[in-house]
Design a protein around this ligand. Structure first.
Ligand SMILES: NC(=O)C1=CN([C@@H]2O[C@H](COP(=O)(O)OP(=O)(O)OC[C@H]3O[C@@H](n4cnc5c(N)ncnc54)[C@H](O)[C@@H]3O)[C@@H](O)[C@H]2O)C=CC1
Ligand SMILES: O=C([O-])CC(=O)C(=O)O
Length: 268
């Protein structure tokens, strides 16, 4: 039996705010939002006021009244808080999947979840179809490629670009390489690539990133093969109005996971 679950949120930026409002508006029958936390105290206070919950000053305060922590803050938060969250007896929903490209962190979180009897939930985020990639990887070794296409303003500021702005007048392929290099170079843009590599169990997943001036959508295309199934996943979704690097669909994906966890039937 699913009883009302106490969920709390780390990261009150574009997607975290969307998730918090969604919890209140569409999932309030199943979840109580018991607190929010952000490095920017004023952002947490504003969101807490809007969503009628507590702005917490630190992780301990957030954990004091929660059964589930939703991370919408960035990979560093998964790294610094992930194990503590699980050890405290909370489930952990991760949006910044890129953090799991660090194998040591991934196994530390797996061990903590196992010992605490809790779960780490990795969302589809701005992508979709992690289910079919996992199914394929169970059947046979799978190869995968992900092509990410965004407007320059959705990519500018990434460490890989070393402060240089992307051209506004021509399409440029700016990166082709491994998932590990991609997440280091574009930590706020290629969480979907790490999710693809993990779900397809293909650490050699190839990543291509292209900047297209004037492009309205963020576009993610995955091609995966295992000799039995060939899959093409193509998703275009609008950038978030508050953060063009992120697609709002990623926040919807968190809400959809929470909805499924609370429902009698889980659509996997
Ligand atoms: N899996 C996926 O498909 C996607 C994943 N993402 C991930 O979600 C994250 C959030 O995205 P947005 O909301 O658009 O970013 P954002 O930059 O609008 O918001 C991030 C918030 O987290 C806060 N924050 C950062 N470090 C913190 C810390 N140590 N403790 C507490 N708060 C902290 C920031 O102050 C900010 O308010 C991104 O950094 C990215 O890693 C984003 C889009 C898609
Ligand atoms: O929201 C998106 O378009 C994808 C994204 O930023 C990521 O995977 O980090």
């Amino acid at each position: 039996m699913f009883t009302m679950k106490k969920a709390a949120l780390i990261g009150c930026g574009a997607l975290g705010s969307f998730v918090a409002h969604g919890l209140k508006k569409i999932l309030s029958g199943d979840y109580e939002l018991t607190g929010v936390l952000d490095l920017r105290a004023e952002a947490a206070q504003e969101l807490a006021k809007e969503c009628d919950t507590r702005a917490c000053a630190n992780l301990d305060e957030l954990l004091s009244d929660a059964e589930m922590i939703i991370e919408t803050a960035g990979g560093e938060v998964v790294r610094t808080y992930g194990e503590t969250v699980l050890n405290s007896g909370c489930d952990l929903v991760i949006l910044s999947v890129g953090a799991l490209s660090d194998k040591n962190l991934k196994s530390a979180l797996e061990n903590a979840a196992r010992s605490a009897g809790k779960k780490v939930y990795v969302v589809n985020g701005a992508l979709g179809g992690l289910d079919v990639l996992q199914t394929m990887s169970m059947m046979a070794p799978t190869t995968a490629l992900i092509s990410i296409t965004k407007a320059p303003e959705s990519l500018n500021g990434a460490p890989f670009l070393e402060g240089k702005g992307l051209p506004e007048n021509k399409t440029v392929k700016i990166f082709e390489g491994s998932v590990d290099d991609a997440i280091r170079g574009f930590p706020k843009n290629v969480n979907v690539a790490v999710a693809t590599a993990l779900a397809s169990n293909c650490p050699d997943t190839k990543v291509i990133i292209t900047s297209v001036p004037g492009m309205k959508d963020n576009k993610h295309c995955v091609h995966a093969e295992n000799g039995i199934i060939t899959t093409d996943i193509s998703i275009s979704s609008l950038p978030d109005p508050d953060n063009p690097k992120s697609s709002t669909s990623a926040a919807w994906s968190v809400l959809n996971l929470l909805k499924n966890l609370a429902a009698p039937v889980f659509y996997y």
